[in-house]
Design a protein around this ligand. Structure first.
Ligand SMILES: [Zn+2]
Length: 446
């Protein structure tokens, strides 16, 4: 099947109409189109699609939204919608399974990789161009929001993924989708991570469904409309959709709408014969160290934590270092609300910074004695709005054992006193944590 067929077949299946004649010319440039209000004020919503070459559904959907806006010219549009293509060479590859050419574009947006020459690989060049486009857009607007549209190799309901800040929650929770937090702690170099932490903008990944499922395009189109509404750019009811976008999303996610999950574990593929075990699908509840989740190199792989399977890798091509699967845990609503309230309290952050065994660094991150960090656990840092920059799988036990270990760790840190010159950032005896960047910007605004 040629690339053009790949791009046009799904849309033809969706509405029975012929695909737009110029579809084959659409993935040749970085900015694929924009629609903006005359006043040039308001929020800019940037939609990126095809960061993975085998996931054109998001771009097809975003182009449909642009086509509709251009045809209808709705009054009350206040702001800007810009559509950017992700990995152009991979999108245009003759191989329908080409996620990337040399490197996964959604894993190389790190300081180190960005510092490398653009001709290091196909994806380094793509990264530099995409980043330059995002920086230029950011420089021209007061408020930018980025939606990065993806699809998955396995079947699963649409989900939203982002770094957990109050601002990002406010945006994403207006869309009836389940939310997955903490990805950036397990994966380096995500596009949304760069946008959030360098450009100070809310950035959300939307996984719209299975790569070749035509419903993924419909879901993504609804997500873009819902995103325009959530960003305050256009009221979603302004265009008289046959089925309101919110209903399309709600229908696709079923009982998962608005549920929140925290990522607890990522399994990276170590052998290219990696295969998921039969019956292990997205959402499957698994036991710690017991349930066989995948087989690689002839060995059964279990998870060091209990939870639910997320994004099991069903790609036709798998490479070493790719994500095998994730394990996530459900967070209840009350915990989320509580977390939003406590992280706004300045005294809490002052208190955390002054605990024995916790040392502030110049860049606002904290070094935390790993014995203390093991007692507090990932959940406590998340509750207070801290992101784990470096951590290990340290477990201080349960119940009374954990409380006892906590007392001992704090006493040891107290008697050791301050470390002259502060701890070395690379010292493995410490975890590094940092408050969510957007929470701090949010704070400055008020
Ligand atoms: Zn993707």
């Amino acid at each position: 099947m040629s690339t053009n067929d790949d791009l046009t077949t799904p849309s033809a299946q969706v509405n029975g109409k012929n695909p737009p004649a110029n579809v084959d010319a659409r993935w040749t440039q970085r900015e694929l189109g924009r629609f903006e209000s005359d006043d040039r004020f308001g929020t800019t919503l940037v939609v990126i699609g095809g960061v993975h070459g085998n996931e054109p559904a998001g771009l097809i959907a975003a182009m449909r939204v642009l086509d509709t806006l251009n045809a209808e010219q709705p009054t009350g549009f206040h702001g800007r919608l810009i559509v950017l293509a992700g990995n152009i060479p991979a999108l245009n590859s003759n191989d329908e399974n080409a996620r990337y050419i040399d490197f996964d574009l959604n894993r190389i947006f790190t300081d180190e990789q960005i510092g490398m020459p653009a001709d290091t690989s196909v994806e380094h060049g793509q990264m530099q161009e995409l980043l330059a486009a995002l920086r230029a857009i950011r420089a021209q607007c007061d408020r930018m929001i980025v939606m990065d549209l993806h699809t998955t190799s396995s079947d699963g309901p649409p989900v939203a993924v982002f770094e957990d800040s109050i601002l990002a929650r406010k945006f994403a929770r207006q869309m009836p989708m389940p939310i997955y937090l903490g990805f950036e702690e397990e994966l380096g170099g995500l596009v949304i991570d760069r946008v959030t932490n360098e450009l100070g903008s809310v950035a959300v990944v939307v996984e719209g469904g299975q790569h070749f499922d035509p419903r993924a395009i419909v879901v993504h189109e609804s997500a873009v409309w819902a995103g325009l509404h959530a960003a305050g750019i256009l009221r979603v009811d302004a265009l008289g959709h046959e089925t309101p976008p919110g209903d399309v999303l709600r229908d696709a996610v079923g009982d998962q709408a608005y549920k929140v999950f925290d990522i607890r574990h990522r399994h990276a593929i170590e052998h290219d014969d990696f295969v998921m075990c039969p019956g292990i699908v997205a959402g499957k509840v698994i036991k710690q160290d017991v349930t066989a989740i995948a087989i690689e190199g002839g060995v059964e792989i279990a998870s060091p934590v209990r939870g639910r399977v997320f994004l099991p890798n069903m790609q036709a091509q798998k490479r070493i270092g790719d994500d095998g699967f994730f394990i996530v845990r459900h967070i209840n609503e009350g915990w989320l609300g509580f977390s939003a309230r406590v992280r706004k309290q300045d005294w809490i952050h002052w208190f955390i910074t002054h605990l024995p065994g916790v040392y502030g660094l110049e860049d606002d991150s904290l070094c935390v004695d790993r014995d203390i960090a093991g007692v507090l656990k990932r959940q406590v840092f998340h509750l207070f709005g801290y992101r784990l920059i470096r951590h290990d799988q340290r477990d201080a036990g349960h119940g009374i054992v954990r409380a006892w270990n906590g007392v001992i760790s704090f006493c040891k840190a107290f008697f050791r006193g301050p470390i002259p010159g502060g701890p070395d950032k690379d010292d493995p005896r410490f975890w590094i944590v940092r408050r969510h960047h957007l929470d701090q910007l949010d704070h400055l605004d008020h």
